[in-house]
Design a protein around this ligand. Structure first.
Ligand SMILES: Cc1cc2nc3c(=O)[nH]c(=O)nc-3n(C[C@H](O)[C@H](O)[C@H](O)COP(=O)(O)O)c2cc1C
Length: 196
């Protein structure tokens, strides 16, 4: 087990926005959703938009677990769907994704508003494996597409939909079967939502 902010780099957190999957809990129900942890030198914070389970749970409990993963499929899936319980395990009595390469418990002191910008502190974390691979434009774009999809769902502006169509074409060309499936699932959800 690693402790404190000095373990940030060993757990994979570098300057810039670190995209992780945050696991949180309320009434025994575990929630997983992508979240950006912003590191600017020694300053570490999150921006939380209201209206999500992650926002509610962090506001209530003052903690979240950051799951570090390269799996773009999982990032896209958690952006728009709930994961079933078999995706999770418990470590130190915390909800952790079974497929995480590392996890870290962050604490913060949020206050209720439309958008929470909270300083966060790394309490402890654990490293399972270093999942290195060649850079794949398809995988990177699946993460980008998941961001566009959540924004499209929230704001319903056509330019996000156009971006998604463009990314879909590139993912089909550059991604593998898992990236193509992740994008197809995103588009299915976006399309079914568009018809509401
Ligand atoms: C890569 C990525 C990063 C995201 N980062 C944030 C973030 O930093 N803050 C936030 O409030 N939402 C962020 N989102 C959007 C939430 O994950 C999204 O609204 C999600 O549906 C919330 O799910 P929940 O209701 O289960 O918490 C991000 C989405 C993606 C795909």
């Amino acid at each position: 087990m690693l402790y404190g902010n000095q373990a940030l780099e060993k757990l994979g957190f570098l300057d810039g926005i670190n995209e992780v999957i945050a696991t949180t809990e309320k009434g025994g129900r575990v929630n997983a959703a992508p979240l950006g942890i912003i590191k600017d030198g020694d300053s570490l914070y999150v921006r939380l938009f209201s209206g999500t389970h992650t926002y509610e749970n962090i506001l209530e409990n003052g903690w979240f677990v950051a799951n570090i993963t390269h799996d773009a499929w999982l990032i896209a899936e958690t952006a728009l769907e709930d994961l079933t319980p078999e995706y999770f395990m418990r470590r130190e009595d915390l909800p952790v994704l079974k497929d995480a390469e590392a996890w870290a418990l962050f604490r913060c002191d949020p206050f209720a508003s439309d958008i929470i910008i909270a300083q966060v502190l790394l309490e402890k974390g654990e490293f399972f494996r270093c999942d290195f691979r060649a850079c794949n434009r398809g995988a990177n774009l699946v993460v980008e597409a998941a961001v566009a999809a959540t924004r499209y769902m929230a704001l319903r502006t056509d330019n996000y939909y156009e971006e998604l169509m463009k990314m879909h074409r590139i993912i089909n060309r550059c991604g593998g079967p898992r990236e193509r499936e992740a994008m197809d699932r995103l588009m299915d959800r976006v399309d079914s939502y568009s018809h509401i």
